[in-house]
Structure formats: C-alpha cells, structure tokens
Design a protein around this ligand. Sequence first.
Ligand code: DC
Length: 218
Amino acid sequence: MGYNVAIDGPAGAGKSTIAKLVAKEKGYIYVDTGAMYRALAIHFLKKGIDADDREAVAEASRDAEVTIGYEDGVQQMYLNGENVTHMLRTEDVGNMASKSSAIPAVREKLLELQRSLAAEKDVIMDGRDIGTNILPNADVKIYLTASVETRAKRRYDELKAKGEDCDLEAIAHDIAERDERDMTREIAPLKQAEDAILVDSSDMTIPEVVAEICSHCS
Ligand code: DC
C-alpha cells in the first residue's frame, strides 16, 4: 500500500494547485480525479447525450475506457486511447462532469482506477469523495475550502489574466450552484470526512496552505 493523502473540497478551493505543490515537496504522485470525470464527460458530449438523461449516460459509460498516464510528471488522461488532456478544462466539460458524476454507473467506472493507483504508489489524490469513500483509510485527509466570494474572485482573476471577458457575480452564482449539486447528490456527496483536517484557505497564501498540509504528512 502506498502512502495516501486525500484532499477533498469544493470547486475552486485550489485543491489542484496545492496538491501539485505538496506532491513536489513530498515526492508523491499527484492524482487529479476530477480529470477522470471530465474525460468521461467528453465521451458523453461527443455522443451528444443529454446530461439529465441518466439512463443514456449510464449506458454510454459502458463503452468508455478511461486511463491515466504521466508525461514529464504531468497527468495525462486518455479516453478510449486518445489523449484528451487538452480538452478537459472547458465550462461545458465541467458542467457535464458535475452532472454525470452524480450517476452511480459513472462513479463505479472510476472507483477501481482510483483505488489501484493509491494501492501502488505514494499519492496525493484530489477530488470530492476521496477521504469519505475512495480511500477511507488514507494516511492523511484534508478538507480544503474557501468562501464562495474568495473562490469566485480567484477564478475571475484567472480568467481576466487570460484576457477573457467575465462577470464576477455570474462566476459566484455558478460556483454556488456547483457546490449545491456536489454536496446534495445522493451518491458520494462532497462532505468533510470525520477524520479530515479542515483547511480554510480564504485568508491564507498558497505557501501557507502548502506548509500547513505538509506539516501533517510524513
Ligand atoms: O475538480 P473538477 O472541477 O475537475 O471536477 C469536475 C466534476 O467532477 C465536479 O463537478 C465533481 C466531479 N467529481 C466528483 O464527483 N468526484 C471526484 N472525486 C472528483 C470530481
């Protein structure tokens, strides 16, 4: 069994930024499970499936094979053998992933992949249900969060820096909506595991958050 750090929390809390830095400092492999849901979402979008048609999503998930690889230490996602890493980070894919990840067949599809990675390697795995469901015996569990306002402002600054036109209130609304969906779904909802350490990064710098998390890891 590898050394396992689970890091869960809502969208935009900075999990991937922080987890990558902790991975570097501690020599763990960073596993982004959201990217797995996003890869499957691309499959559903390609097939023109309506995200609210749960049966069609479950059926379509049967002929999708999601695998993971690393290039220069960076996680790559493959969908039926095609590298889809460059397509993962769009709003459409994020919304489809958020909806389809509430469907049991979709979660079952990715469960073994996630558990087998953690069994083989020292990992820091980021997601929504890692500490509560995927790796209940993880060595360290972190619940990383920040206020909706802080998360919206970070996303707004990120988009502005890329020269994209955006609206702070619309982003905040979108984040709150996604939180609601991720936290209230029937299967594997986002919640803090009882034995998870709560880290609220609203008033913390990135190095402070990394140091706090590293202090709990061996
Ligand atoms: O972290 P992210 O935004 O890339 O995740 C995309 C969606 O996938 C998110 O809305 C919730 C879902 N997800 C999940 O249900 N369980 C995980 N372990 C990771 C992501």
